[in-house]
Design a protein around this ligand. Structure first.
Ligand code: ADP
Ligand code: MG
Ligand code: ZN
Length: 635
């Protein structure tokens, strides 16, 4: 939830509370008198009973309508009642005489009070609600400028207050986005695909002349922080056209009907400013598959439908290109992906090694660095980091330099901030007891030794037992020498063994287990499960896809697509794979237990050791030379 959302929520709440208070105050003061003038229905039996109790003062019998109107009390306490459907009761008139009821008396005029009653109970609250809403909306606009989220109430009253339904789309002149393709490192394929859109936006006429169908929409698909928003801005910047941006999540909390109105308004603006780019960030928030489930969201569907019809509607000679971004393409409604809509899909993937270095370089330009900084090392130690992570690393390093009173960023700042971004800030408040520190030291050393003993495993770069704000009590960082994109079955198995190394060391040395391995266990299980269900790497099932990945870009496991019986066998196979890794880790550490002791104690003392220190101790020939055999020979 961002700040705007929070503000909006808070003011919504405020508005509801004020409205309720006002409503209660008004109705409590005005109601009683009015209600007393109101005609209340009574049954015939009740009527007779009231007559017998001498409550009834006047009666008006209407045999045509078959109704009895009668009153009780006098003056201010007079009340009017009505009975319909009374039976043909021959005793009625004599009973009325007996109780001195005035027949054929003038009945009080209730129609005018009825009118006032309706006004107060139905119309007035709505008017009050709307006035307050309008006032709050204005207050908010005043505070936050034009970015303020519009609020509106009751759907149908959109006209009130003027400009209430204006779209939030922030228009920035293309030149003003100040972003071009030069600011986006890597992502060459994405840039190439977008180049055609840039060209079209620059010369729509050329395309019209030939009669070429121009791209209307493209979907940027990839994990968070990979530069999708940045790329969209860069397209506008390259083409020099206005850029309208709106986020899908903004629609979701809106009142019914507002989302659709906003889309309409957005496209109206865009048509006026064409050629231009309309960018819909997080389109999955509105563009989810429409379904019949109970929690289907009418508002979202209306918004989506409006979006679809707008995309079909505009004639594209002028050059409006709709770009959208998502990290959950699999959840999108297929209607969005049909030709003429977001039929182009542009993958924006996590950067590879060269990409990471290039991104670091771009962001390093913004800060002052000591000479001789090696960004390559940083790139190598950050596999899986997104562009946003890398930008963050540079910024953290700059902050650290300032904290230490230096005027330039040093290599150490960068190395330190990699840890901060990946594992969280060092946590001073967590003070481990000596015993806990020892356990963590053995745990991390366990990972490192098992890693070092696997041929295919990435070298250890650093081991630390400084607690982090992310909750990690320590970590072992491995760095790939170079990137590779295929993983062999053996490498997957090695990874599982390395992940089991922490727990295995604890078991071996302390003969007990701690909760410190929960994250390792989760990861190991994930790998094993993927091996069985997705990669066809188990002997038992062979090359059968047993699962379907839930979300490609957000991680998360696979959904099983097999029968229940098979699912049980899958579980058993996953268990077997993890256990195999566990046993290998145990064997490996048992064989190298003297090194384990030595390194763990050294780590406990120093808290952080580098990969070189680690290897120096491990490879020192002191009669306890590491035994490589056990770990890799086993299949
Ligand atoms: P997304 O929209 O994919 O979540 P953003 O475009 O918002 O990611 O990226 C966030 C920030 O990360 C950008 O503002 C930029 O500073 C940085 N960044 C991400 N990818 C790149 C890249 N390829 N080159 C340069 N900077 C990048
Ligand atoms: Mg984004
Ligand atoms: Zn661990």
């Amino acid at each position: 939830m961002d700040m705007n959302d929070q503000k909006r929520r808070r003011s919504m709440l405020l508005y509801v509370i004020i409205a309720i208070i006002v409503y209660l105050a008004v109705s409590n003061n005005l109601y009683p008198n009015l209600v007393s003038q109101q005609i209340q229905p009574k049954s015939y039996t009740e009527f007779l009973q009231m007559v017998n109790e001498d409550q009834v003062k006047t009666v008006n019998l209407d045999t045509g309508d078959n109704t009895i109107t009668f009153t009780t009390g006098e003056g201010d306490s007079q009340k009017v009642y009505k009975t319909t459907q009374f039976p043909d009761d021959s005793n009625l008139v004599s009973t009325l005489y007996e109780h001195n009821v005035d027949m054929n008396a003038e009945m009080p005029d209730t129609t005018s009070t009825l009118w006032v009653y309706m006004l107060i109970s139905y119309v007035l609250p709505i008017v009050i609600f709307m006035l307050i809403g309008w006032w709050l909306n204005r207050q908010m606009k005043k505070q936050m400028g034009d970015d303020a989220p519009s609020m509106n109430f009751g759907g149908g009253f959109g006209g009130m207050g003027g400009g209430l339904g204006k779209s939030n789309a922030k228009e920035v002149k293309g030149e003003d986005t100040g972003v071009t393709f030069k600011d986006v490192a890597g992502q060459d394929e994405a840039k190439e695909s977008l180049q055609e859109i840039v060209h079209f936006l620059k010369n729509p006429d050329k395309y019209n002349e030939i009669g070429a169908k121009c791209p209307r929409g493209a979907l940027l698909v990839g994990p968070p922080g990979t530069g999708k928003t940045l790329l969209a801005k860069a397209v506008a910047g390259e083409a020099g056209v206005p850029f309208f941006q709106i986020s899908g999540s903004e629609f979701v909390e809106m009142f019914v009907g507002r989302g659709a109105a906003k889309v309409r308004d957005l496209f109206k603006q865009a048509k006026e400013k064409a050629p231009c780019i309309v960018f819909i960030d997080e389109i999955d928030a509105v563009g989810k598959k429409r379904d019949m489930s109970i929690n289907s969201n009418d508002e979202r569907e209306q918004t989506l439908n409006q979006l679809l019809s707008e995309m079909d509607g505009f004639d594209n000679h002028k050059g409006i290109v709709v770009l959208a971004a998502t990290n959950r393409p699999e959840t999108l409604d297929p209607a969005l992906l049909r030709p003429g809509r977001f039929d182009r899909r542009i993958p924006v993937e996590l950067p590879d090694l060269t990409g990471r270095e290039a991104i670091l370089k771009i962001h390093a330009n913004d800060v002052k660095m000591e000479p001789g900084i090696d960004l390559g090392v940083i790139a190598r130690s950050t596999p899986g980091a997104s562009g946003a992570d890398l930008a963050n690393i540079i910024n953290e390093a700059a902050l650290r330099a300032v904290r230490f009173g230096r005027r330039r960023v040093s290599q150490e700042d960068l190395v330190e901030s990699v840890d901060v971004v990946i594992a969280g800030e060092k946590k001073k408040s967590t003070v481990l007891s000596e015993h806990e520190k020892e356990v963590v030291a053995y745990h991390e050393t366990g990972h490192a030794i098992v890693a070092a003993m696997q041929k295919g495993s990435a070298p250890v770069q650093k081991i630390t037992i400084v607690p982090r704000t992310s909750g990690a009590l320590g970590f072992t960082m491995q760095v790939e020498e170079d990137e590779h994109f295929l993983q062999t079955r053996q490498e997957a198995k090695d990874k599982i063994a390395v992940l089991c190394g922490g727990r295995a060391a604890e078991e071996l040395i302390f003969g007990e287990m701690t909760t410190g391995a929960s994250n390792d266990i989760e990861k190991a299980t994930q790998i094993a499960r993927a091996m069985v269900t997705q990669y066809g790497m188990s002997d038992k099932f062979g090359m059968v896809a047993l699962g379907q990945q839930r979300s490609r870009y957000l991680g998360g496991g696979a959904e099983l697509t097999c029968s229940e019986g098979t699912a049980q066998e899958v579980d058993a196979e996953v268990q077997r794979l993890v256990e195999e890794g566990h046993q290998r880790a145990l064997t490996c550490l048992r064989d190298n237990r003297f090194k384990l002791h030595e390194i763990a104690h050294y780590l406990q003392k120093k808290e952080t050791i580098t990969g070189e220190e680690f290897m120096r101790i491990l490879e020192r020939d002191d009669g306890f030379a590491p035994k490589f055999a056990a770990a890799t020979s086993q299949q």
